[in-house]
Ligand binder design. Structure first.
Ligand code: NDP
Length: 407
C-alpha cells in the first residue's frame, strides 16, 4: 500500500487529490496538507462523497523545513506531490531529503522577492537526491510537464533530429468575469509581465513583455484562430539542455483583448508591482493585494465554459527527410468540472502530477535516483496514462507553413 502526501489545496491540489483517489490500487493512502487545513478538509469531503475514499488532512507551513520533516516522519509517505507555490520548492526538497521521501512538483523555484524563475536552484540538488537514493521529478504539470514529454515522445518515435519547437498554449474558455487568472494570480501575472525570451542557435533572445504576437489556427473549431503571444516559459530552459540538435524553441500563449486591457491598466497604476509599499502603516506588496481582491482560481470551475488546446509544433528530420508534427490535447472546462469540480487549467496540471506520482511509485525509469526534468525519462508509459486518465492527445502531420513566422 503506497502512501502519497499532496501539499497545497488550491485549484491544482484539488485535482491531484481527486485523481489519486480514483486510483486506490496505486495510491493506497492519501494525505493532503496545506497552510489552510480547512481547504484540505473541504476537498476531502468532496472526494469522499464522489469516490468513497477517505483522505487524511493536516495543517502545514511548507516554508518551515522542521515542521515538514516532522509531518513526513509521522505519516511516512512514499512520495510528496508539491502543488503549493514555487516558493516552497526548496524547503519541500530539503524536507524530503531529510525524511527519505520522493519529490514531485509542477513549477520551478522562484524567490519570493524577485520574478526570476530558473532551474539552477533545484538542479543543484542532483547529487544529494542521487546519494540518498531518492527521485525528484521537476515540472510535472502540463506546461511544463506534458509539453516536455511530447518532445521526448516525438524524438523517440518520429524524429532523428528536432530542429525547432513551438509550444502553443490556448485557453478559449470564458469565465464571465471582466478579469481573473486561471491559476495563482501572483505567479501568473509575474510570468506574463516579465520580458519574453526565446532560444535560437545557442543564444537567448530577449523581447519586451508581449512584444510579438500573431494569429494561429488551433486544431479545434471551438478554439479556432487566436492571437498567440511570445512569452518566456520555464520548460524552455530544460528542453534547450535536453534536446540534442535543437536550433530554436519558443513558447506562445493566447490572451483575450479584454484580459490584456485590464492587465495594462493594472500595470500602469502599479498594481502588479512586487516592490513593497507603505499602506496605512503596513508594508504591503501591490501584487499580493491584487491577488486578494481577484476571484480565487479555484472558484472559476462552475463558471468556465469552452476548451483549452495545449501542444507542441515540432519540426526536424527523419531519415534525411523533413518532418513536421503537431502533438496536442484538447480539454473541456465543463467536463473537468463535472468530473472533479475544477476548470481545465487546474485539471491539465493536476492530472499529469498524479500520473508522475503513479509512474514513480510503479518504479522503472521514473524512479531512478536524482533530480530529473520529465523529458529525461522514458515517455511511453506516461503517454499511455495521459490517454487513460483524462488528457488524451493527438499527433498529426503538420504543414511547415503553420510554424509561427516571427520574430
Ligand atoms: P493556488 O494559489 O490556487 O494554491 C496554492 C496552495 O498552496 C494554496 O492552498 C495555499 O494555501 C498553499 N500554500 C501556499 N503557501 C504555502 C505554504 N507556505 N505552506 C503550505 N501551503 C501553502 O495555486 P494553484 O493551485 O493554481 O497552483 C499550484 C501550483 O501549480 C503553483 O506552483 C503553480 O505555479 C503550478 N502550476 C503549474 C502549471 C503547469 O502546467 N506546470 C499550470 C498551473 C499551475 P492557502 O490556501 O492558505 O492560500
Amino acid at each position: 500500500m503506497k502512501k502519497v502526501l499532496i501539499v497545497g489545496a488550491g485549484g491544482v491540489g484539488n485535482v491531484v487529490v481527486h485523481k489519486c483517489a480514483q486510483l486506490p490500487e496505486v495510491f493506497g493512502e492519501i494525505w493532503h496538507a496545506s497552510r489552510t487545513v480547512s481547504r484540505c478538509d473541504a476537498i476531502a469531503r468532496d472526494v469522499e462523497a464522489s469516490t468513497g475514499v477517505k483522505v487524511h488532512t493536516a495543517a502545514l507551513d511548507a516554508d518551515n523545513v522542521a515542521e515538514t520533516v516532522a509531518l513526513l516522519k509521522r505519516i511516512q509517505p512514499d512520495v510528496l506531490i508539491n502543488v503549493a507555490l514555487p516558493y516552497q520548492d526548496l524547503t519541500l526538497m530539503d524536507a524530503c531529503l531529510e525524511a527519505g521521501v520522493h519529490y514531485i512538483d509542477t513549477a520551478n523555484y522562484e524567490p519570493p522577492d524577485e520574478a526570476k524563475f530558473e532551474y539552477k536552484w533545484q538542479w543543484a540538488y542532483q547529487e544529494r537526491f542521487e546519494k540518498a537514493g531518492l527521485t525528484a521529478l521537476l515540472g510535472a504539470g502540463f506546461d511544463p510537464g506534458v509539453t516536455n514529454i511530447y518532445c521526448a515522445y516525438a524524438l523517440k518515435h518520429f524524429f532523428d533530429e528536432i530542429h525547432t519547437v513551438d509550444i502553443l498554449d490556448a485557453n478559449a474558455g470564458d469565465h464571465g468575469y471582466a478579469f481573473a487568472t486561471n491559476f495563482n494570480p501572483e505567479i501568473n501575472i509575474r510570468e506574463i509581465t516579465s520580458n519574453g525570451r526565446y532560444w535560437e542557435m545557442g543564444e537567448w533572445k530577449v523581447t519586451n513583455p508581449m512584444q510579438f504576437h500573431q494569429p494561429f489556427d488551433f486544431p479545434h473549431p471551438e478554439v479556432g484562430t487566436k492571437d498567440i503571444y511570445l512569452l518566456y516559459h520555464e520548460e524552455l530552459e530544460s528542453l534547450v539542455k535536453h534536446l540534442p540538435g535543437l536550433r530554436r524553441i519558443r513558447f506562445w500563449m493566447t490572451f483575450s483583448e479584454r484580459y490584456l486591457t485590464h492587465l495594462r491598466v493594472l500595470e500602469n497604476v502599479g498594481m502588479t508591482s512586487i516592490e513593497p509599499v507603505e499602506f496605512q502603516g503596513n508594508q504591503i506588496i501591490p501584487l499580493q493585494f491584487l491577488k486578494a481582491v481577484l476571484p480565487d482560481p479555484a472558484s472559476l470551475g462552475p463558471r468556465t465554459k469552452g476548451k483549452t488546446c495545449i501542444g507542441c509544433l515540432i519540426d526536424g528530420t527523419k531519415n534525411g527527410q523533413r518532418v513536421t508534427k503537431y502533438l496536442y490535447n484538447i480539454c473541456d472546462h465543463q467536463e473537468c468540472y463535472r468530473e472533479v469540480k475544477s476548470q481545465a487549467i487546474s485539471y491539465t496540471t493536476g492530472v499529469p502530477a498524479m500520473i508522475a506520482g503513479k509512474q514513480l511509485l510503479e518504479g522503472g525509469d521514473w524512479r531512478k535516483p536524482g533530480v530529473w526534468n520529465v523529458e529525461q525519462l522514458d515517455p511511453d508509459g506516461f503517454m499511455q496514462d495521459l490517454n487513460r486518465y483524462g488528457l488524451p492527445w493527438e499527433i498529426v502531420d503538420a504543414d511547415p507553413a503553420m510554424i509561427p513566422n516571427h520574430p
